[in-house]
Design a protein. Structure first.
Length: 471
């Protein structure tokens, strides 16, 4: 899973204010190493090594850091109004920082899908699923939704900090209740399964949205005022820690699940292992790191500087490992359950190799972006980059067209008619669905052609004279 954080090195004027938090970069480096570990081992091995207390902390740590960094970023800029928070500069930074790299990842995934003849385009494409899926893909919609939500959360926090953190916790709790009442599981062949594909999709939308993980973001914002473990305002963490540990032992080690059986249906009270009940444990680790790790790297310490670079490149490493493991999981579809069997040494070597490859590729990608920024130009000022983005947009438009057709067909009953009769005939039953899909095709093909037109008519912009003089 995911950098999901602000990169201080890319925000001119803020670097000197935020470079002191080397602990944050160290935590990001630690967390992304755990993400690679998560996808290198089987579930049984992760349970055997007590992964619940360290390996499963990666995503909560990323979310806490997300709240912490966004809070520091806005505070350093002195922005307070929604107009200032949702500024053009804010969205431009997010698009360059997160969306453009994702489009490159999408293009790579598309190429792999062509090579392996294994495309997956359906309703999940709507929320950022890649055409050639890789583990960790689920974190992309969390990150993208955070771009829209976090400025609003910060605005609430600067006026009503305690209430805002409370509402962050309530956000997940309310979504858990929504799943409890609307997404029951049904026993099929001795296994609890979703009652329909729509129910599974609804669950995915909710659980891969930043609103489901807001408790961690809220705590990260809370720590911006004082990341001191011994601070009076953080005293509640000492109470929440043992409660969180008890739940983690019950859920992960003892296999406890909170649910209600209603006839043939099972209603889960808690979905997933990244919930408000386990986040306090990761928050306590965050405070420990802020307390005992150095705030700045020693100039002569090569190791500390390497860790800092890994932390700042963690988003790009996340993207690289998604692509890397997409190939591995495609060729080893039952990897998460089988792996290399009981041979632990093979898993150790596989993790070491995977870590080196993904880290080197991710850091190289990140540093290449930094070089572009140092030359005084945004990526968007390069013709080939704009052309690649527009062509990527045309591919996404085509992929979205197939996905939207599928959704429209289900909603209008066209798909059910086809499943029942084996053909699609134009009549009073299928007419609305066929007409709706025809409109979808026209719209999406128009969007695709627009992107292609923009790709081949884009021109290099002249470089301002002051940039030439500064170089």
């Amino acid at each position: 899973m995911s950098q999901a954080t602000e990169d201080s090195s890319l925000e001119v004027g803020e670097a000197q204010k935020r470079v002191k938090y080397w602990q944050v970069d160290a935590l990001k480096a630690f967390a992304i190493a755990l993400v690679v570990l998560d996808h290198s081992l089987t579930w049984d091995l992760k349970s055997l090594i007590g992964g619940v207390f360290w390996e499963r902390t990666a995503i909560p740590l990323f979310m806490i850091i997300m709240g912490f960094n966004i809070g520091l970023s806005f505070k350093d800029k002195g922005v307070t109004t929604l107009r200032e928070l949702y500024s053009r500069a804010y969205f431009k930074n997010k698009i360059e920082r997160y969306v453009f790299p994702f489009l490159l990842l999408y293009f790579g995934s598309f190429i792999l899908g062509l090579y392996f003849n294994a495309f997956t385009w359906n309703e999940y494409t709507l929320i950022g699923w890649l055409p050639f899926w890789g583990p960790g893909n689920w974190f992309i919609p969390v990150l993208f939704s955070s771009i829209l939500v976090l400025p609003l959360v910060y605005r609430g926090y600067i006026s009503y900090p305690k209430l805002t953190v409370f509402l962050c916790f309530m956000s997940e709790i309310l979504l858990q209740l929504l799943l409890f009442y609307n997404v029951p599981l049904q026993l099929v062949g001795g296994v609890w399964q979703f009652t329909s594909p729509e129910a599974a999709f609804l669950t995915t939308i909710i659980r891969t949205n930043v609103l489901f993980l807001l408790p961690a973001v809220g705590l990260g914002l809370w720590f911006t005022d004082s990341p001191n473990l011994k601070a009076k305002r953080n005293r509640l963490m000492w109470v929440a820690l043992p409660l969180s540990v008890i739940y983690m032992i019950a859920y992960q080690i003892l296999g406890f699940r909170a649910f209600v059986i209603d006839g043939i249906y099972r209603h889960n009270l808690i979905w997933g292992d990244y919930t408000f009940l386990v986040i306090p444990y990761s928050a306590f680790l965050f405070l420990l790191a802020m307390r005992y790790l150095p705030s700045t790297p020693l100039p002569q310490s090569r190791l500390q500087n390497i860790i800092q670079r890994v932390g700042r490149a963690s988003y790009h490493i996340l993207l690289i490992q998604i692509l890397y493991y997409s190939i591995w999981y495609y060729n080893n579809p039952n990897w998460a359950n089988v792996g290399f069997g009981s041979d632990l040494l093979y898993h150790v070597w596989f993790y070491a190799v995977s870590l080196v490859l993904t880290f080197i590729a991710g850091i190289t990608w990140y540093e290449a972006e930094r070089v572009a920024y140092k030359r005084g130009q945004s990526w968007w000022h390069h013709t080939y980059v704009r052309r690649a983005v527009y062509l990527g947009g045309s591919l996404i438009a085509l992929a979205s067209m197939g996905m939207i057709i599928e959704v429209v067909s289900e909603l209008t009953g066209l798909a059910e008619f086809g499943r029942r009769y084996g053909i699609i005939a134009f009549n009073s039953t299928t007419g609305p669905g066929i007409l709706a899909n025809f409109i979808v095709i026209l719209i999406m093909l128009s969007v695709c052609m627009l992107f292609i037109h923009k790709a081949f008519t884009t021109m290099d912009e002249e470089i301002p004279l002051e940039l030439l003089e500064s170089n």
